[in-house]
Design a binder for this molecule. Structure first.
Ligand SMILES: [Zn+2]
Length: 476
């Protein structure tokens, strides 16, 4: 008997965490492992779940299998270790390298937040505590074990898994689990986040060269549904991007781009370099303001095996972004402050991507009230985040406890998404060799999951359920 319990990313896009228990329902005997161990972000009711213990004690969990290095998939790992987990955390080598910077940075932000709330005494917890510290995040890195794509790993005599390409971000993968705990063997596929299927013109800045693994067979599929109710625009966005930047520079404003520090920032830097060198935008200073930016660039240059030919050609032509004239990668707070004082116009790329924390808050605080500036979104904004508030046309947003008026121009280019949209998902699902017994949709707002469910039922005739928070589903 085995079951999956959805501990996160059920009814929302954050906190991805799925427990597989292969023992009895009390959870005592079987091998128990997590697929992903992500942080809840966004509304307070979700974030509070970061403080709850796992339904079975962390020390009884035997392993974690990690799909990729986004915080909503890996950001709870240090907390799990803090709570007593001592098993192996399996991930691809690029994912491990990226976690090596993203998790300690997350711990650092947790500590900064706690310090801030203690200073302004706005936390109902006295004193406010970090979910985990920088040191605790670093200590959790010792449990990571690299696994190459498509190599089978035996977790126990009855359980094995392998990673398959997901084409979402550097190092990202799906997890195919084989269970032989009963007479009938079962294969489970956890999609993680699924990358774009189409070519680079519709998905510009795409680093990885291939789409998600095709020709899959699985009895149970647990699949993301972030863009379940929205289609990406199909026109090449570079012309629109260049026009937005030119207009902002002409009126003497700066462009502020909230972007995930890893992958998105690097890809966007390459696109800006291309637009500058092809004289589509003026040669204005570009600042990548993230403590992780320099290390992340180094990791990207190290893992060139996943690049598109186009990206490889750009690196050959222009060299490392760290050496580009006019591009500044800020790592220290002093360098960041200099950017804030910099004369306009300029382009500032900073994290976090949904403006939930990090240095982007300082840039938004300073530049949102000025109508000459542009705030440009190039990634998904989850409801409840500051990014969502700004993108939805609100006239003010709360930053550091104060309401800041939004007078800057706000624009969004959805084509930069690293998630497949419904036509792309169907294109991928049609390559399955057989119809799965059941597909559970996770990692989506309820409207997105609901629409994708209907589409899959209608177009594929599949049995599709929407995963509920803490729901257990039997798999064998
Ligand atoms: Zn992701």
């Amino acid at each position: 008997m085995a079951y999956i319990q959805f501990l996160g990313a059920a009814g929302t896009v954050t906190g991805s965490k799925h427990l597989i228990n292969t023992g009895d329902p009390s959870g005592k005997d079987g091998f128990q492992f997590l697929i992903d161990c992500g942080l809840f972000q966004g509304p307070k009711e979700w974030r509070e779940r970061n403080w709850r213990d796992t339904p079975i004690p962390a020390k009884q969990i035997d392993a974690v299998i990690l799909t990729h290095a986004h915080l909503d998939h890996c950001g709870w790992i240090p907390r799990l270790v803090k709570e007593g987990f001592r098993g192996a955390i399996y991930a691809t080598s690029p994912t491990i390298d990226l976690c090596g910077i993203i998790l300690p940075d997350s711990g650092h932000l947790q500590e900064e937040d706690a310090r801030f709330y203690n200073k302004i005494k706005k936390s109902k917890h006295d004193p406010a505590l970090p979910l985990y510290t920088f040191e605790e995040a670093q200590a959790s890195l010792q449990y990571f074990k690299p696994v190459p794509l498509e190599q089978t790993v035996q977790l126990s005599p009855e359980i094995s898994f392998r990673f398959l390409s997901a084409a979402h971000i550097l190092g990202s993968c799906m997890v195919e689990v084989s269970l032989a705990t009963t007479s009938q063997a079962k294969r489970l596929l956890f999609s993680g986040d699924i990358g774009r299927v189409h070519d680079h013109k519709m998905a510009p800045g795409k680093v990885v060269h291939s789409g998600p693994q095709e020709g899959e067979t699985a009895d149970i599929v647990v699949m993301e549904s972030t863009y379940g109710n929205r289609q990406h625009p199909t026109e090449d966005p570079l012309r629109e991007l260049a026009a937005l930047i030119r207009d902002t520079a002409e009126r003497g404003g700066s462009v502020v781009v909230p972007a995930f520090a890893i992958e998105r920032t690097q890809k966007f830097a390459f696109i800006l370099k291309h637009l500058i060198e092809s004289q589509q935008i003026p040669r204005i200073p570009v600042f990548c303001d993230s403590p992780m930016a320099i290390k992340a660039v180094e990791i990207f240059l190290k893992h060139d095996e996943e690049y598109t030919d186009e990206t490889r050609a750009m690196i050959r032509k222009y060299g490392s972004p760290l050496a580009w004239p006019g591009f500044t990668f800020a790592s220290t707070p002093e360098e960041s402050k200099k950017i804030n004082a910099a004369i306009m116009p300029s382009i500032i790329i900073s994290s976090s991507g949904m403006a939930t924390g990090g240095r982007i808050l300082h840039h938004l605080l300073q530049r949102l009230p000025d109508p000459r500036n542009l705030v440009l979104f190039i990634g998904f904004q989850a409801p409840g985040t500051r990014g969502f508030t700004i993108k939805s046309g609100s006239d003010e947003v709360k930053i550091f406890g104060e309401y800041v008026p939004i007078r800057a121009q706000v624009a969004a280019l959805e084509q930069f998404s690293d998630h497949a949209d419904p036509p792309e998902l169907l294109q991928w699902l049609r390559t399955f060799r057989a119809r799965p017994e059941t597909t559970y949709l996770v990692h989506g707002e309820s409207a997105a999951s609901g629409q994708l469910r209907q589409l899959m039922q209608r177009e594929l005739g599949w049995r599709v359920e929407i995963a509920q928070y803490l729901e257990k589903v039997q798999v064998s």
